[in-house]
Write a protein that binds this ligand. Sequence first.
Ligand code: ATP
Length: 234
Amino acid sequence: MLEISNIDTYYGKAQALWDVSLSVDEGEIVALVGSNGAGKTTLLKTLSGVLRPASGTVTFLGQRIDGLAPHSIVEMGISHIPEGRRLFTQMSVGENLEMGAYVHAAWKRREETLDQVHEIFPVLKERQGQLASTLSGGEQQMVAMGRGLMSRPRLCLFDEPSYGLAPMLVTEIFRVIQDLRNQGMTVLLVEQNVRQSLEIADRACVLENGRIALAGECEALLEEELVKKAYLGL
Ligand code: ATP
């Protein structure tokens, strides 16, 4: 579904990604792990068109998407749920969700999609008139994920969805991601919560200093010395 080939991405003159290649098949969860500053967010921004790669290609469903504007990439079926939620804090929960549906095809089906989002996160229905700024961290994460789903994506790019949440909510967020996959969603998941992400993902990639250091099936990666020492504290 998604094929990333030999991507180099820069911030001005500073290079952040070197020769990154990675593929995601339809229906998979692929976890992207790595320490702070490894380049995980940079890779997601390169996929969603916020950053343009200096070289390399990104192909989604057979079409080149590197160089396209972010809104065109959303139209094609990729939703980026950013790190830190980035909600419109002075808008209500309902309005935040509606903002996610400003995609041609999704707008027409927004009522139906909203019902689906409320089914996944019932608390968002109860809170629909409340300002996003007044929600708890966990509820804000649910709004961010719900807003991302309102564009009816085929591929979700989740950037640290469990960040800063209490353990019970972390488990809930991971459960939702698994449920989405079981309903046919494809997921590229950036997480610092390495053990839990490797437990729900099919494959994973370790990014170090802007380069892919390791990639493979999660079961095998959980046995790798680098993963055990650097990310699992073993
Ligand atoms: P974290 O887990 O802390 O979010 P990350 O793996 O997502 O880390 P990135 O945010 O992608 O890492 O950062 C990769 C590199 O790019 C780092 O060296 C970082 O300092 C640099 N970088 C990130 N954003 C910018 C920016 N806006 N301008 C310049 N350099 C940046």
